[in-house]
Each structure stands twice: as structure tokens, then as C-alpha cells.
Design a protein around this ligand. Structure first.
Ligand code: NAI
Length: 307
């Protein structure tokens, strides 16, 4: 098997003071990367600050790796800039960013407090952008980069009580896909991991601590952060050593008579065919979806209907 190496590479891992981020930082360092271990070290709801990142740096140094600690928050543009600047100052470049930092402030939709909602969005969605933009600029200069964004099944499929978290995590996928599309010509790849592991974030929901340990997710992150990775624009679910693609497909659908403006009743009657997912394609950008719709637009134009 060809080795997955990060030798000579520099990685920034946000929220790496514990849980999944710590496992990612250790695995990247073990494979040769110099790692900026970022974490504010707060509680699960994002309050407080501790030196959690320092302990992980000690661990990496103790194993003979290279690492530096950073406590900037991902949740402001200044924090993102400072973090990337710290990696550049300390290690001279930034090759990979793992946007892993996260908090939870779960509440059912009817009870949401907007400060909580915004705080969750600030860390997961805006935070991923604040860290990634300065890194993207540095990667563009060097013509090489790897982004690993972290989403969740709460974002892809929904989860009770997680409107703030689920919407932020779905947004992360949109962000990652645009970075993939804009990054490709600069040698920058961008992919998303939807992890499942027992950490402080999930200990009340998930049992089986060993089967669901973060170490089972870290190998995917190491691959996606490495030079060997060729994929981009992908979303991959990972947990307990099981890995699977998550995707948004476009069904074959139902085409109304091109000579008529369709009625709501006709839409209602054809809902089974509209929702049928036995045949689908997976567009890799908005223009690709438009290309797929082009024949229907052409048929309607030929029939003399306004589009
Ligand atoms: P965790 O709570 O152990 O890790 C999150 C880390 O992010 C913490 O160490 C925290 O201090 C840090 N952090 C929070 N706000 C920060 C900020 N503003 N700046 C820098 N660091 C900050 O939880 P876990 O489970 O390791 O989560 C890691 C990521 O994986 C999160 O994005 C989470 O949403 C995601 N995830 C985890 C799943 C799981 O099964 N554990 C499932 C789906 C997604």
C-alpha cells in the first residue's frame, strides 16, 4: 500500500484540545505533519477558556512529533487570521486545515434563544470560514492545499433540538463545496467528514466507547489532509471504522407538458415521480445541475413557452 504521508507538511487543527480534534492532531503528527493545535479549551457550550491545547502539544512532542499550541477562537475573523499567522510564523507554511472546533447549545426550535443560535453558528459555520479564508490565500500562493471540513448527520439529515447546530453543519457543506470549486485550479482540495465518535459531545447519546473511539475517524482525516488525496467536493460519513459517501443527488424527476404552464394540482398528482430516487445523478456544481436541466428548458422554449 502506498503510504499516506504528511512529512514536511503543516496542518492547523481547530478544536484539537480533546475529543476528535485531538485524535486528528495526533494522527497527522504521527504521519509527519507539524501541527498547530488550536483550542480555546472551553466547556461544551463554548464558555470559559483553558489550556487544553497545551496538553495535546505535550503529547505530540513526547512522541517525537512537531506541534505548537494556539488558543485563538475560530469564532471571529481576527481569531482565524491570528491562528493562520501563528502557523505561518512558527512553521513557514499551511498545507492542511481541519475545521473541527465545535460547541453545542441544543434547544427545541420553539424555544431557541438567538444569542445561543448565533454563538453556535459563529463557531461551526462562520468559524470554519474565518480560519479557512486566510489559509486559502496562503495555499493559493503555494499552489497546494487540503481542507477538511467537519459536518454532522444533524446537518445532512436533521436532528431534534439541534436547529442551531444542524443548520450550521449543513452550511459547512455548502462552504466546503464552494471552496472545492474555487480551489481546484490552485491545487486546493476540500472535503467534508461527518464523524461519529463518543466524545464529551455525544457521551449522553452514544455507548460503546471503544468501538466509537475518535481513532476510528482519524485515518480518513489524515488521508483527506494528505498529498495522496485526489478527491474533492466529497462528503464522507465515518465512525466505528465504517466509511461511506453522503451525497445530494438530483432525481430523474417528472417533466410537465412543455406546451403548458403546470398547475399545482398536476404537481400534487405527480409527487411520487417527483420524489422518486431510483434514478439520479450527482451534480458537482450549480452549473452542472443547470446543464442537466438544459434539455427541459430547450423543450419548453421550442414549445413556445416562457421559461
Ligand atoms: P469536543 O467538544 O470534544 O470537541 C470540540 C472542541 O472544539 C473542544 O475541544 C472545544 O474546546 C473546541 N472549541 C469550541 N469552541 C471553539 C472556538 N471558538 N475556537 C477554538 N476551539 C473551540 O467534541 P467532538 O465530538 O470531538 O467534536 C469535534 C467536531 O466533530 C465538532 O465540530 C462536532 O460538531 C463534530 N461532530 C462530532 C460528532 C461526534 O459523534 N462526536 C458527530 C458529528 C459531528
Amino acid at each position: 500500500m502506498e503510504e499516506v504521508s504528511l512529512s514536511g507538511r503543516v496542518a492547523v487543527v481547530t478544536g484539537a484540545g480533546g475529543g476528535l480534534g485531538r485524535a486528528y492532531a495526533l494522527e497527522l503528527a504521527r504521519r509527519g505533519a507539524a501541527v498547530l493545535v488550536n483550542d480555546t479549551g472551553g466547556t461544551l457550550d463554548g464558555t470559559g477558556q483553558t489550556s487544553a491545547a497545551d496538553a495535546v502539544v505535550e503529547e505530540i512532542l513526547g512522541l517525537g512529533g512537531r506541534a505548537a499550541s494556539n488558543q485563538d477562537s475560530v469564532s471571529t475573523p481576527e481569531g482565524g487570521e491570528a491562528m493562520v499567522a501563528a502557523a505561518l510564523d512558527r512553521f513557514g507554511r499551511v498545507d492542511a486545515v481541519v475545521n473541527n472546533a465545535g460547541i453545542l447549545r441544543d434547544k427545541s426550535f420553539g424555544k431557541i434563544d438567538w444569542d445561543d443560535f448565533h454563538a453556535v453558528q459563529d463557531v461551526h459555520l462562520r468559524g470554519a470560514a474565518y480560519v479557512s479564508q486566510p489559509a486559502f490565500r496562503a495555499m493559493r500562493e503555494q499552489g497546494y492545499g487540503r481542507f477538511v471540513f467537519v459536518s454532522s448527520n444533524a446537518g445532512t439529515f436533521g436532528s431534534f433540538g439541534q436547529a442551531s447546530y444542524g443548520s450550521a453543519k449543513a452550511g459547512v457543506i455548502g462552504l466546503a463545496q464552494v471552496v472545492a470549486i474555487e480551489g481546484q485550479r490552485h491545487g486546493i482540495l476540500s472535503n467534508v467528514v461527518c464523524p461519529l465518535a463518543r466524545t464529551r459531545m455525544t457521551e449522553s447519546m452514544l455507548d460503546a466507547p471503544e468501538a466509537l473511539s475518535p481513532e476510528h475517524v482519524a485515518p480518513l482525516v489524515a488521508y483527506l489532509a494528505s498529498e495522496r488525496c485526489r478527491e474533492t467536493h466529497q462528503v464522507i460519513s465515518a465512525g466505528a471504522g465504517h466509511f461511506a459517501r453522503v451525497f445530494t443527488g438530483l432525481g430523474a424527476g417528472w417533466q410537465a407538458d412543455p406546451a403548458e404552464v403546470v398547475s399545482a394540482e398536476a404537481v400534487a398528482e405527480h409527487m411520487d415521480r417527483i420524489l422518486d430516487s431510483s434514478t439520479y445523478s450527482i451534480p458537482l456544481s450549480a452549473p452542472e445541475e443547470l446543464e442537466m436541466l438544459a434539455p427541459y428548458v430547450a423543450a419548453r422554449t421550442a414549445a413556445g413557452q416562457a421559461v
